[in-house]
Each structure stands twice: as C-alpha cells, then as structure tokens.
Design a protein around this ligand. Structure first.
Ligand SMILES: C[S@@+](CC[C@H](N)C(=O)[O-])C[C@H]1O[C@@H](n2cnc3c(N)ncnc32)[C@H](O)[C@@H]1O
Length: 229
C-alpha cells in the first residue's frame, strides 16, 4: 500500500476513537489548538471565509466557529470517516462545508481570508511537496489573508531529535504502555509522518511571499507558525 493510502485508511479506521486518542498522543493538544485560533488576525464578528486543511473530526473548525460565529468554514479532509465525525461534531453550526479532498491538489485562487491546518501537513512527503503546498495555500488566500499551521516539526540535529522524541514518549507514557509506544506509535510515526524543521518551514513561507512569518507557540516537536499574504 502506498504511504498516502496508508495514511488515509489509518484515519478512516480510527475516526470514531480519534478524539479519545489524540490528547494521549499529542502533548498540550488543546493548548496548541487554542494558540492556532488565537493567531488568526480577524475580529470576533468577522464574516470571514476559512479553509481547514486536514480538518479531521472538526476540533479546529469548532473552535473557530465558537470564536468567530460569522465565519464560513470549509472543512477539507481526505478520509471520509473523519469528515463524518466532523459533521456530527459541528451539526449545531451554520456556514460549514465538508469537502473530501486532498491537500496535494489544492487549486483555488484568492478564495479565503484564512487558511489553517492542524497535525496534517506533516504528511506531505518531500520538501518539494511542502514548498508546493505553501505556494498553493498562498494562491488560495485573498490579499491580506493569513495562514497558520499547528504541526509536528523535527529537531535540526541528533541531540534535539532525541530530546523531542523523549519528551513525546514522556507524554504518551501517561496514556499508553511501553509496548504500545514502541511497537505501534513510533513505527507508525516513522511510516506515515514526514516532519521537517521549523526553520525550513519559516524559510519556505518567506520564499513563497508570506510576510510577518512567526512562530506563536512551541513545545519541543510541536509548533504553531504561519504568516500573512
Ligand atoms: C492527525 S489528524 C488531524 C486532524 C485535526 N486537524 C486535528 O487537529 O485533530 C490528520 C488529518 O489529516 C488528514 N489528511 C492526511 N493526509 C491528507 C491529505 N493528503 N489531504 C487531506 N487530508 C489529509 C487525515 O485524514 C486526518 O484526518
């Protein structure tokens, strides 16, 4: 099975239990999502168009609708079962679209005031894929629009790599056994995830044309960063 198909079927299979699992896997998941929503430079009653790439079960979109009730949010994900969970979670809100789509083929132009993503873009395979994705995001934003991503990043050297891994395991040990961590979580991370350093991301965003490029939150291998068109 290709890596992309494995990622898709993993999230399709896990959709029902994703929300239970994610806080045990990702340290400060809720704080990270808060930081992502805090970073969006619009006011509370704004009538803004937002795109959430790899929306999963809709946590980020829900937070955006709580904070900005006038926002229209397009929730995009490659896994239909994750979208079903998102629809269920967000059924009390209006102005939401659910699109089964692949962020490799984002092709809109000047359509959104805000594009966000959480724990999804590290699935892009190569450096070139990641740069291309930033170019597509830039094109899809209206002038003055903002992009913010909350995601896993890699350490720039062997020491930070080991430090980040140890901090991650320290967190997972609160919810999972050593065997689950070593035989399931870490091997799956190696198979499915392709994080790169925060410096690469910031450099690529600037090269794409983004201004005000900034990291607004960071905890070892997790970062919330972005910029403005
Ligand atoms: C770890 S989950 C994150 C979900 C949610 N954003 C959150 O923060 O809880 C990653 C999500 O990215 C989606 N995804 C992975 N590759 C994708 C792709 N190429 N295009 C669109 N979505 C993708 C998965 O299906 C999954 O729902």
């Amino acid at each position: 099975m290709s890596r992309e198909r494995e990622v898709k079927s993993h999230f399709d299979e896990e959709a029902k239990i994703y929300d239970e699992l994610i806080t045990g896997i990702i340290p400060y998941y809720r704080e990270m999502v808060e930081a992502l929503v805090d970073a969006i430079p619009v006011s509370g009653d704004s009538d803004v168009k937002v795109l959430d790439l790899g929306c999963g079960t809709g946590t980020v979109a829900g937070k955006i609708k709580e904070r900005y009730p006038g926002a229209s949010v397009t929730c995009m994900d490659v896994a239909p079962n994750m979208l079903e969970e998102a629809k269920e979670r967000l059924k009390g809100y209006d102005n939401l679209d659910f699109v089964q789509g692949d962020f490799y083929s984002l092709s809109e132009e000047e359509s959104y005031h805000v594009i966000v993503s959480s724990l999804a873009l590290h699935h892009l395979e190569s450096d070139e894929d990641k740069k291309q994705n930033y170019r597509s995001i830039y094109r899809a934003l209206k002038k003055g629009g903002a992009f913010y991503n909350a995601d896993i990043v890699s350490g720039p050297g062997e020491f930070t790599h080991r430090l980040y891994l140890e901090k991650w395991k320290e967190h997972m040990r609160k919810s999972f056994s050593e065997e689950e961590i070593e035989k399931e979580m870490i091997p799956r991370h190696k198979r499915e995830d392709r994080p790169t350093t925060i410096f690469n991301h910031l450099k690529w965003l600037q090269e794409t044309g983004f201004k005000e490029v900034e990291v607004v939150w960071k905890y070892y291998q997790l970062a919330v960063y972005g910029g403005v068109k």
